[in-house]
Design a protein around this ligand. Sequence first.
Ligand SMILES: [Zn+2]
Ligand SMILES: [Zn+2]
Length: 181
Amino acid sequence: MYQTKWGYYADFVVYPVAVLVLTAQASGGPHSRFLAVYFLSFLSGLAAWTLLEYVMHRFVFHALPPIAQMHDRHHADPGAFVGTPSWLSLPAFVLGIFIPLRTIADLEIASGLAAGLMIGFVWYVALHDAIHRWPLRRGSLLYKAKLRHAGHHAGRHGNFGVTTSFWDRMLGTVIARGEVR
Ligand SMILES: [Zn+2]
Ligand SMILES: [Zn+2]
């Protein structure tokens, strides 16, 4: 979806605030090992984000109309401010992840997992922005991520992971470096 520049970068304000709210409300609970439970849940959420990112990109953004048509706009014009607006993604996180988790898990665990997934999402948005807009030094980790994502833009049939190539390697969708045009 096309956005204004402010809308495009709103995630960097909205999500840190959401994570602070989640952390504050979880810390108010009676759990004696709040920090350890919350931190482990947060790390698990962060790791889970990499799989969610892969699944969404491969099976939704490249497969499910009309979202696929919206994502095509990013492929057609990678420099445009195209992305999922915060007013859509935040309710999706709350209604689709936090509330269902809360029905099966303690507040600390549900909040930690949701916060980890949200920070994973912001990590993805920041990295994807860097890949397309920042001047990157050749040989750096960011540059390697840029090359990997360039393979996706060139071929579309692979390299669905932006934050990591792990799931592409696990699920056989790596585009070899030689195929990057
Ligand atoms: Zn794509
Ligand atoms: Zn891209």
